[in-house]
Design a protein around this ligand. Structure first.
Ligand SMILES: Nc1ncnc2c1ncn2[C@@H]1O[C@H](COP(=O)(O)OP(=O)(O)O)[C@@H](O)[C@H]1O
Ligand SMILES: [Mg+2]
Length: 302
């Protein structure tokens, strides 16, 4: 038994000469909600499709529950994975119940499994409606119910919050947390950190096909040093005195030093004092996780 449910080694996908996923070493701990983040085009969907063996890696390996995903093993591994990739599935002209019936027949499941899945996504009172009359959030939840019906150990959801209104997003977050509490490992992607950061127990951040961070929220916060803001008697003079520190002037007339450590901060203050500038206040900027995410993924074209 492995406590890592998904692991990849050097997972790489090239299209022609373009590398869209590069040397990815992904680790999804069992029982986690793994938030797979990155701007549009970062390679999230491509990675998830490789995990599901929907497209073939150019290089590298995918291991699911410790077992390499190969042509031979995929038949035994895939039934343990439920997924929702791109548009939610389901026939629009059929009701929710009819769609679930098809899933039940196709996968040869018993009624109880289907009922449980529908209850898990809280759609049990809406199943008589046609899917075309569902809201986007309901469609996403039906798609998740379809993926859940087989009782997967792992659920892979590609941008399930995309296009949802704030209430729908909140509902999705709660659903993901409940699923994880019930023992399903959830890997969920988003291009917006704020949609899943508080739900995810582990974050993996992809930028330009590369994993630039993998760990907890607090590790992510610790991985970056916030800017230092200095209030002083002569901000304009101070900017030139602190040119070697990359100082710039903020709108409020404060100096901004980009991400200096404590020693560098002390040196900057000493330099100001040496230049005859009165230092009135020194503070670290308040950095949000969103700021960290933005600065990490900066330059990655949307
Ligand atoms: N079949 C394909 N052929 C060529 N390029 C592709 C193909 N699929 C995806 N890409 C490119 O790979 C990059 C990553 O895409 P994708 O995995 O969909 O990113 P994300 O899901 O993070 O938005 C994009 O630049 C996209 O244009
Ligand atoms: Mg995508």
């Amino acid at each position: 038994m492995s406590s890592t449910i998904v692991a990849t080694e050097n997972l790489t996908k090239r299209y022609g000469t373009r590398t869209v996923v590069e040397n990815l070493d992904l680790r999804v701990p069992a029982g986690s909600v793994y938030g797979f983040l990155g701007p549009n085009g970062a390679g999230k969907s491509t990675t998830m499709k490789m995990l599901l063996s929907l497209i073939r890696p150019t290089a590298g390996e995918v291991r699911i529950m410790g077992e390499p995903m190969t042509r031979r093993t995929r038949r035994t591994l895939l039934p343990a994975i439920g997924s929702l990739i791109e548009a939610p599935p389901g026939y629009a002209h059929l009701t929710g119940a009819e769609n679930m019936h098809l899933v039940r027949r196709m996968l040869d499941l018993d009624h109880r499994q289907v009922d449980e899945a529908v209850r898990a996504v809280r759609l049990q009172d809406q199943m008589g409606k046609r899917v075309r009359d569902f809201s986007l959030g309901m469609k996403q939840r039906l798609g998740i119910a379809m993926a859940l019906a087989r009782r997967p150990r792992l659920l892979i959801l590609d941008e399930p919050t995309n296009g949802l209104d704030p209430a729908g997003i909140e509902e999705m977050r709660r659903l993901l947390r409940r699923l994880a509490e019930d023992g399903t490992t959830v890997m969920v992607s988003s291009h917006l950190l704020g949609e899943i950061d508080r739900t995810a127990t582990v974050l993996g951040i992809l930028s330009g096909g590369r994993m630039i961070f993998q760990g907890s929220r607090s590790e992510l916060m610790a991985a970056s040093t916030p800017d230092v803001l200095i209030a002083c008697s002569d901000p304009r003079g101070a900017v030139s005195a602190l040119a070697p520190f990359g100082a710039r002037l903020a709108e409020e007339g404060e100096l901004v030093l980009p991400g200096p450590d404590d020693r560098r901060t002390a040196e900057a203050v000493a330099a100001l004092v040496g230049a005859g500038v009165g230092v009135h206040g020194v503070r670290r900027s308040e950095q949000t996780l969103e700021d960290v995410f933005m600065s990490l993924t900066e330059g990655d074209g949307l």
